[in-house]
Design a protein around this ligand. Structure first.
Ligand SMILES: *Cc1c(COP(=O)(O)O)cnc(C)c1O
Length: 366
């Protein structure tokens, strides 16, 4: 019997009857983009985060791009935006799309999020913004980054695509920085049945600007006052997300329980296990261990029916498209790319599946 890395059908089975009712409601409404479902979702998401505003867009990448433009990135050619070398491509693709020039900084060796010293090294006169990534669901150490940003007049837009429900000092991610970008890609902690994203902010000006940018730069219908494009959330996706949002806390609790299970069962192994930084609450989007001999380990697990993935096999500057971003001082990100191994972790995973993953690891690691 295999342990699948992720089986989204289990979540949808749990909600099947209610999902059917949601489709019917949207179909009967005759409204398929924007409208009441989308505005209700925006209000509910903002409230859930404890922030003033949420603006729904078409994807997490769009959320980051439009948030960056809304805080002023791309106004001057050559505006630099610092982010972590340990992230997936969309973080950096969004910076480029916003008209920014990405500059990579290294990660903290324990939290895998932006390292302050590395950010300080990367800061230059043209630096306009910082994009901390709450990688794997671990909240980045925002305090010192926000302080640095205040001192130097930089904007901070956090990439929370993996961190719905992560907390810092008892406050949920979303509204802790100038703007926060969420993704509702189906595999995320809060996932749609397709693409979706949102910008969450306490700044009414930023929210208004994102609303404009997602709709051709229009301040009123058919009057465009700046370059903007279309980036819309489907009413159907909004309605599905509204159904799921009230369950997110429970699902995150279950992720936490499963992560604790891995922690107990693997405590004596040679793997480096993920930890929760003090003063934070991890959203456990992924359970990523580090293994020195990752590839043989993955293969041995696969023959035992245990599916694993790698997030991510390359540091950002190791992608052919982004080689120009390479610079000395990104070694920790490079090492993480060699050693990271994601074990199955999602709310509908069974306890005995965690047991089986750990038993297989036990066998293989000797
Ligand atoms: C998923 C993800 C994104 C992109 O979100 P999309 O909705 O797929 O565009 C950006 N950053 C991180 C860290 C992600 O995990």
């Amino acid at each position: 019997m295999t342990v699948p890395f992720l089986d989204l059908r289990r979540q949808n089975e749990e909600l099947r009857g209610e999902l059917d009712a949601v489709y019917a409601r949207v179909l009967d409404s005759g409204v398929f983009l924007g409208g009441a479902e989308v505005s209700a979702f925006e209000e509910e998401l903002a409230a859930w985060c404890g922030a003033r505003e949420a603006v729904a867009v078409a994807s997490g990448t769009d959320a980051l791009e439009l948030a960056l433009r809304a805080v002023g990135v791309g106004v001057e050619p050559g505006d630099e935006v610092i982010t972590a070398a340990s992230t997936c491509v969309p973080t950096v693709a969004a910076i480029v799309a916003a008209g920014g020039t990405p500059v990579l900084a290294d990660i903290d060796p324990v939290t895998y999020t932006l390292d302050l010293d590395s950010v300080l090294e990367a800061c230059r006169p043209r630096t306009r913004a910082l994009v901390p990534v709450h990688l794997y669901g671990q909240c980045a150490d925002l305090g010192p980054l926000l302080e640095l940003a205040r001192d130097r007049g930089l904007a901070v837009v956090d990439d929370a695509a993996q961190a719905h429900g992560a907390e810092l000092g008892g406050r949920r991610v979303g509204g802790l920085c100038d703007a926060t970008a969420f993704s509702f890609y189906p595999t995320k902690n809060l996932g749609a049945l397709g693409d979706g994203g949102a910008v969450v902010t306490d700044d009414a000006g930023v929210a208004a600007r994102v609303r404009r940018l997602r709709s051709y730069g229009e301040d009123e219908r058919y009057r465009s006052i700046e370059f903007g494009r279309n980036s819309r959330l489907d009413a159907l996706q909004a309605a599905v997300l509204r159904l799921k949002l009230p369950r997110l806390e429970g699902w995150n609790e279950r992720r936490r329980e499963l992560a604790a299970g891995y922690g107990r069962l693997l405590a004596e192994s040679e793997l480096t296990l993920p930890t929760e930084a003090p003063g934070t609450r991890h959203a456990w989007h992924l359970y990523v261990v580090r293994a020195r001999e990752r590839e043989p380990l993955r293969a041995a697990l696969a023959t035992r029916g245990i599916e694993t993935l790698v997030h991510y096999p390359r540091a950002l500057h190791e992608h052919p498209a982004y080689g120009a971003l390479a610079r000395p001082g990104l070694e920790r990100s490079e090492e993480l790319a060699r050693e990271a191994l994601s074990l199955p972790l999602y709310p509908q995973l069974e306890d005995d599946e965690v047991d089986r993953v750990c038993a297989a690891l036990d066998e293989v690691l000797v």
